[in-house]
Ligand binder design. Structure first.
Ligand code: NAI
Ligand code: MG
Length: 362
């Protein structure tokens, strides 16, 4: 097998700072393990605009289509707020997602014991939590036609349409079942088949796909009950598969069970490539944080944990992913904290690079 290839796009603001810490992790794995990553680095967002006048150059897009995984920091910043919509930094990100056709958005909610106090829930409810929400990302009510605001019988009417084809439900379901196979082999599909035809079709198609994954235990739940269960007893879940709208809400809800924005990774996966690996982009959930950019205050863990997801889901290096996550867990347990993970005054926060170094040491 050829070396795993990775395109790094640090982007803007703290994206560059947190990515520098991920580079240390990549170098460590390269030095200590029998694997060589083919790493290339390029510009996205405002950084690309400054250089090329567009938020993503065509050559960068082409490279992203070739590599096994893209790792992105963050894009945007106030200096770009007045740019024309067509060249705004966010458009670079949207172009990557669209042209790579990344239809499955993976949002883990994992509770590090040392941060359980940051949760809005009781410690024993979240302690040890490790779930994954797979959200369908390219269809559903955010894209369905007809849509718009029009005037009917003298009043304004707003319309959006929930529309899913079998093929759209199926490809996301396959991605979710594949993940379940790499995890605890349990999948809960969430829709509202009680009141929505698209939900009835969703349930049917997921059930059909499940026949190809007999080892995975499949359950179905109405999404409103799913919201209740997520805050009542989240540990009952392993992988959750749901549509674009429900997934948007449920994944934000689940993420906050576990603490700070500075800790949250994500992945977006597309169709399998010729080598069997899915098209993939990994990125922290947070943005470019202009309020702290350039000050060495950013928490690099969300980006480091995004790389751990790349190890697990793109490179079949699950043991290394576990090791990296365990290192983050140890660092937190040892009390190393960037400012976003501190609520006591008078404690000196760790810098971005101190946090990265501590992960390497662990
Ligand atoms: P943000 O996520 O950049 O920041 C929100 C708050 O969380 C800020 O107070 C920030 O300091 C803090 N924060 C975020 N990440 C942190 C980290 N790793 N360590 C410590 N503190 C952290 O969201 P905001 O402020 O709404 O947006 C700022 C810029 O980022 C905007 O230009 C926005 O468009 C862009 N953005 C980009 C995203 C992306 O690239 N995927 C996602 C969200 C926003
Ligand atoms: Mg959201």
């Amino acid at each position: 097998m050829t070396n795993p290839s990775l395109l790094i796009l640090p982007g803007d603001g703290i994206g560059q700072e947190v990515m520098a810490e991920v580079r240390k992790v990549i170098d460590w794995i390269g030095a200590k393990r029998d694997v060589t990553f083919d790493v290339s680095e390029d510009l996205v967002g405002g950084a690309a605009y400054d250089e090329h006048g567009v938020p993503l150059a065509d050559e960068t897009m082409a490279k992203a289509q070739e590599v096994d995984a893209v790792l992105l920091g963050a894009v945007g910043g106030p200096q770009y707020d007045d740019l024309d919509f067509s060249v705004k930094p966010e458009r670079g990100l949207l172009r990557l997602r669209k042209e790579m056709d990344l239809f499955a958005n993976l949002r883990p909610a994992q509770c590090f014991d040392a941060l359980a106090d940051f949760s809005s829930l009781k410690k024993d409810i979240v302690s040890g939590l490790d779930i994954m929400i797979v959200r369908e990302l390219t269809s559903g009510v955010y894209f369905g036609e007809p849509r718009g605001i029009s005037e009917v019988d003298g009043q304004r009417v707003g319309v959006n349409t929930q529309r899913y084809t079998e093929a759209e439900i199926e490809r996301g379901a396959r991605a979710a079942f594949e993940l379940a196979m790499k995890r605890d082999k349990r999948l809960c599909s969430m829709e509202k088949a009680n009141v929505m035809e698209s939900g009835i079709l969703w349930r049917d198609v997921v059930t059909e796909v499940s026949k190809d994954y007999p080892e995975v235990e499949l359950s179905h739940m109405y999404a409103d009950n799913g919201a209740m269960q997520l805050v009542r007893a989240p540990k009952q879940f392993d992988v959750i598969y749901t549509d674009n709208l429900f997934g948007d809400i449920l994944s934000d809800c689940a993420a906050m069970l576990t603490g700070s924005l500075g800790m949250l990774p994500s992945a977006s996966l597309g169709a399998p490539m010729e080598n069997g690996r899915p098209k993939a982009m990994y990125e922290p959930v947070h943005g470019s944080a202009p309020d702290i950019a350039g000050e060495g205050k950013a928490n690099p863990c969300a980006c480091i944990l995004s790389f751990a997801m790349a190890l697990r889901y793109s490179f079949d290096m699950g043991a290394e992913a576990d090791r990296l996550e365990a290192a983050v867990e140890k660092v937190l347990a040892d009390g190393v904290r960037t400012g976003d993970l501190l609520n006591e005054a008078g404690v000196k926060p760790a810098t971005t690079s101190e946090m990265g170094n501590a992960v390497i040491a662990a």
